[in-house]
Design a protein. Structure first.
Length: 468
């Protein structure tokens, strides 16, 4: 079946598949124009191969998704689920001849319940849209990836994404209470609960979070909400070395403080932001640490943290007096990746997370890697949870520089594992880090994970070639 389809002319294969899909879908939900389907081929990751999809489907209902999976199972056609394609690991990249299942049209907020403190949403809901909707009711959905104005909740669930607030509030996985999932054969399964507590059976909900669409298609999610916290205030501390800034992070966490944000930018990132936005950040800084508190007395918390920064060697500490000043201080951090992209035109963003106590070793190691490969590598980090984003800047039109960029990326991941860390804190594995996942898990871990994959997807049609 597979060989005969692959050997047939593409128009014939696509036409037959499209006809079968159209038997249960509206015409506007099925895209076969190659110029259009090609635009769905990949996410935002570098160095990740992408194939040519046979067809793109834009379902609007659960029944639509079930129909697609039944046809895919019958014809043994691979299915690649997609959200907004803002991912950075190639997890949403198409494979040749696949059905791209784009869930962006399933974008309804079905329920917001202030008593149970839950929201029920479809996978295509934009993160920022949900956040604003619950804010109007005095509630808060904490996960805030940097792409929150574009990324979808389904994509956030698929990669177990994080954001700036993780140091206090945790990642997406902490907020997914239950899921409706369409399995590879088209059956619909519900996992989890609506209640605040629940431990019935194996935790299949958590299994799907971070699975990158390789086990099933999430079509509905029950998300936990929190009461909306007070407006946060931010402090900026300048340091003469990255090691000193990391020492401040250790002192802050060791002291029992619970910041709502604790972010670090190295000198390369600070310079890039200055060059792009002319923000007047000190050119002499080697590291800039941003700390925020959303407590009832944030000024007192900032004063205590400011003293710890000074004890660690901060050359300047600037606490904001109000929300407007806080927003100005955070603007530089939000511009980091855009500014680094402007350095050489292409970036490769790593996502290595290490124990907080090894953060200084990680940053110094990255400096050595940058020097070894003669590359510009800027680091912005969710310092409070040890999640670093080393960003390799290179010219994609220069083959030698591209090679060095990829080699430096791998060396940084190896460094993270040596320091007791993990190859990804929030971006996922996708295509980019498959071989590194095997190194982190070990042979027994890989065997067990492949067994789980086989149980949910015995034909191997769900997002093939990703994760494992």
């Amino acid at each position: 079946m597979i060989m005969s389809r692959i050997e047939a002319p593409r128009d014939e294969v696509t036409g037959n598949l499209a006809d079968r899909l159209l038997s249960g879908l509206p015409a506007e939900a099925v895209l076969i124009d190659p110029d259009i389907t090609a635009s769905y081929a990949n996410d935002m990751a570098s160095f990740c191969e992408a194939g040519t999809p046979a067809v793109v489907v834009l379902p609007r209902t659960v029944e639509h998704v079930q129909h697609v999976m039944r046809i895919a199972t019958e014809l043994r056609v691979p299915v690649v689920p997609q959200g907004a394609r803002t991912g950075l690991s190639g997890a949403a990249n198409a494979s040749d001849g696949c059905i791209v299942l784009s869930l962006v049209k399933m974008d309804r907020i079905l329920e917001i319940n202030p008593v149970d403190r839950i929201a029920v949403v479809e996978p295509g809901v934009i993160n920022a849209t949900l956040s604003r909707a619950v804010n109007e009711l005095g509630l808060y959905y904490p996960p805030d990836p940097s792409s929150w104005e574009m990324c979808t909740i389904g994509g956030n669930i698929g990669t177990a994404s994080g954001g700036l607030c993780c140091v206090k509030y945790g990642v997406t996985a902490e907020y997914v209470l239950g899921l409706d999932v369409v399995l590879a054969d088209g059956r619909l399964m519900s996992t989890g609960r609506r209640t605040a507590k629940g431990v019935a059976g194996y935790d299949l909900t958590r299994l799907f979070v971070g699975s990158e669409g390789s086990l099933g298609i999430v079509v509905r999610a029950i998300l936990a909400l929190k009461p909306q916290p007070p407006q946060q205030l931010v402090l900026a501390a300048e340091f003469g070395s990255a090691r000193a800034a990391c020492d401040a992070v250790v002192r802050i966490m060791e002291g029992g403080h619970v910041p709502s944000l604790l972010e670090l930018m190295d000198r390369t990132t600070v310079k890039a932001v200055n060059d792009l936005a002319h923000m007047g950040l000190p050119e002499t800084t080697e590291a800039l640490l941003l700390a925020a508190f959303d407590t009832h007395d944030p000024a007192a918390d900032l004063a205590a943290v400011g003293a710890l920064c000074e004890a660690a060697g901060a050359t300047q500490v600037v606490p904001a007096e109000d929300a407007a000043e806080s927003e100005l201080l955070l603007q530089a951090r939000r511009l980091s990746l855009t500014a680094l992209e402007a350095v050489k035109g292409t970036t490769m963003i790593d996502d290595v997370c290490v124990p907080r106590s090894r953060l200084g070793d990680m940053l110094e190691g990255i400096e050595r890697v940058a020097e070894k490969y003669s590359l510009t590598i800027g680091v912005c980090a969710h310092a409070g949870d040890g999640n670093t984003h080393p960003t390799v800047c290179f010219d994609a039109n220069d083959p030698d520089e591209s090679r060095r960029a990829r080699e430096s990326f791998d060396e940084i991941m190896a460094l993270g594992l040596e320091l007791g860390g993990t190859i990804t804190g929030e971006h996922g594995v996708g295509v980019l880090k498959k071989e590194w996942l095997a190194r982190e898990l070990g042979p027994v871990g890989v065997e067990m994970q492949r067994g789980i994959k086989a149980a949910f997807d015995p034909l191997g049609i769900l997002n093939p070639g990703k994760v494992l």
